[in-house]
Write a protein that binds this ligand. Structure first.
Ligand SMILES: [Zn+2]
Length: 238
């Protein structure tokens, strides 16, 4: 579905993959779950683009529900898969997931998330054989020219990607707007975060940054301003 000019999303809002267009080319931000691969041609067509126009997949971090179809795309299409250097080993499956706990759980929302994951092959997400790393502060030479803002906490190499030309901040799991574990909505520390205190501290890296569209890995877009989202997450954290 179209989010705004030049940005489309695959998925129903629980697990998101974004398509970022610039000119005739496309960057994919997060590859969600393997089953979304079959949705990709149709969503690209909605942007008047095709698989031929995709230049890379950029992962906000190395969790499996962001890796999704990335290894298949790398193998079959040769698209480079980019991830922060601190999450490269996680994306390659060489280190265990550092996630600590889920926070409060309610069964029905969690079952919805698990059902969506299972239907889309999430249990069989292939780890990446190869990644191309990026560092903090880099402006990636890709469609949309995303700028990397390292925000450790959710994972050590968790990054947000700022795209000023689209007035958008792809925030990955540095914050979520839905808790897939209990259905709560609004800006929050994402479930399955390794170090919640560090995740909250990392929000200061967004100080002064403006973006009309804050686009999380899980949940609907936040359009109430970056500063307000940060305030809400901090307030809940005490
Ligand atoms: Zn995650």
């Amino acid at each position: 579905m179209k989010i705004t000019d030049g940005i489309h999303r695959i998925g129903n809002g629980l697990i998101n993959s974004y398509l970022l267009g610039e000119g005739s080319e496309v960057t994919i931000i997060d590859a969600a779950v393997p089953g979304y691969w079959s949705d990709l041609p149709r969503e690209l067509a909605a942007m008047s683009r095709s698989l031929e126009d995709v230049r890379a997949i950029v992962l906000t971090h190395g969790h499996s529900d962001h890796i999704g179809f990335a290894e298949r795309a790398r193998r079959e299409r040769g698209w480079p898969v980019r991830v922060h250097e601190l999450d490269a080993a996680l994306a390659r499956g060489e280190v265990p997931n550092p996630a600590k706990g889920t926070g409060p759980v309610r069964p029905m929302p969690l079952l919805r998330f698990l059902a969506l994951s299972l239907m889309n092959g999430a249990l069989r997400t292939p780890r990446l054989r190869e990644v191309v790393t990026y560092g903090d502060g880099a402006t990636l030479d890709l469609p949309g020219a995303p700028r990397v803002i390292l925000m450790p906490g959710h994972t050590p190499g968790n990054a947000a990607l700022h795209v000023p030309s689209r007035n958008a901040l792809f925030i990955g799991d540095a914050m979520a707007t839905v808790a897939v574990t209990n259905g709560a909505t609004g800006p929050m520390v994402a479930p399955f975060t390794a170090d919640a205190a560090q995740a909250v501290a990392s929000l200061s890296r967004l100080d002064g940054l403006e973006a009309a569209w804050v686009l999380p890995g899980h949940g609907e877009p936040w359009t109430g301003g970056v500063g307000e989202a940060v305030r809400i997450v901090r307030a809940a954290a005490g």
